[in-house]
Ligand binder design. Sequence first.
Ligand code: ADP
Length: 540
Amino acid sequence: MTAMLSHLTSAMPVTILLVDDRPENLLSLEALLRRDGLVLLKASSGNEALELLLKHDIALALLDVMMPDMDGFDLAELMRGNERTRRVPIMFLTAGSSDRQRRFRGYEAGAVDFLQKPLEPDVLRSKVSVFCELYLQRQQIAGQRDNLKAFAEENLRLLKESHRNANALREADQRKDEFLATLAHELRNPLAPIRNGLQILRMAPDGERADTVRDMMDRQLTHLVRLIDDLLDVSRVSRGKIDLRMERIAIQDAVKAALEASKPLIDAGMHALAVEVPEPPLWVDGDLTRLAQIVSNLLNNAAKYTPEGGRITLSVAPDGNQIEIRVKDSGIGIAPDMLRKVFELFTQVDQQLDRSQGGLGIGLALVQKLVEMHRGKAVAESEGIGHGSTFTVRLPLATEPDARPPEVDADRGLARPLDVLIVDDNCDSADTTRWMLELLGHRPRVANNGPAALIAARNHRPDVVLLDIGMPGMDGYEVCRTLRAMPEMDPVAIVAQTGWGQESDRRQAFDAGFDQHVTKPVSLDILTRVLSQVGSSRDG
Ligand code: ADP
């Protein structure tokens, strides 16, 4: 018995209830059974026993049969009738054979034993030990059952989660396929007229038609560049890689830039444009380029989704501590259930629409993200299909800055011809840049790789180096660092010309010693501005 009960000490304590109306019997039972790991509770009546049974988790009840008021069998009946106590095993301590004649239905359940008085200590201990053992095994099984249940629940949760993930993946995959199809379509759209235009210019390079064709090609190219810029932007936004260049600006400046950018599309649609912008500056903390991009995207959409000859209104107004920018059109409108969705990535309300001026379904997603990055909100409203749309952007209004930074005079130094070294491994890109610069009156030279650039720079020290970054062998960073290590190149302005326009790329370029950083494809405007800045800084 000692051996059998010994392991109890290390496990949880086991509680045994002793019930006898005589205190001396209780004491002797207790003395017989006392062991480490056993808790012995004593009750001198059926009622007292019931109270203890309800409070404690009892492994075994030792019941004296002969008790006044409620005898052992009555107590057992009551125990069997209560959910909490019905499974507690009972051992009756009986005085004589007459007790056995009373039938007790719990007996049939098997959880009952009888011990004849006077008790034999060894028999009592070994029987108690068996019940304790049974109790511990039951506890262990219950624990395992709980573990199994938790395990099964966890498995079910994982299974559901993996189903959800699989569905999300399937949807994402489908959206990716749709997106790639749209992308290919949208990229090809502007390419076709550009190629046609080239053929026309080859056959008839001069005259009014040629001018129209050139304008058209310019427009289509701008569209193509915008698509690709949007595409790169949206990927940067989703990776949290867009850094805003925050400054306190007048929203009017951003609106002006947006109007300039969107004017060609609005004119092409022959829309009437009304601009309601107050004269006094409304200040905002933001990135001028990005704010202009937000407004321009909304204006472009208004132009795209409004049939020819429509009305577009751009209004800007203060509203409490906010600035409200509103772009309203008389176009095709948006169905109520799509109003929120239009801001989702790759959403296009009508895929079947004639999308000759379509996009990739990313413009509004970009608008919303950029607005949120400026701590603002963008909403779409429409009375429904055919009733036009209104897009409203609200931005926090800022206070007037102490002094406006002096404006850079973009035209200053424009006339000063500069020696420009163009370094680009893409010969077409280098040659066309050279021709543009020649037409602007500068003296350009071309090198198609890093080592050639270093030789050219040494032989004819330029005023400016327009340096491509991604080149095989020696890249632009290395060329720039090498040039910067030559004291005679100190006065040379080095401008990075790259397809990578992220803030981190700009920082890397400045770290390598570049003075300026422009993103490809560089327009004539930007090239002129950069060179005029170089020119004016050398004059100054
Ligand atoms: P995209 O114009 O490239 O398709 P956007 O994200 O800019 O993508 O717009 C998403 C969709 O929202 C558009 O495809 C169009 O269906 C709808 N939409 C956007 N602006 C307007 C508007 N002004 N009027 C009607 N529908 C619009």
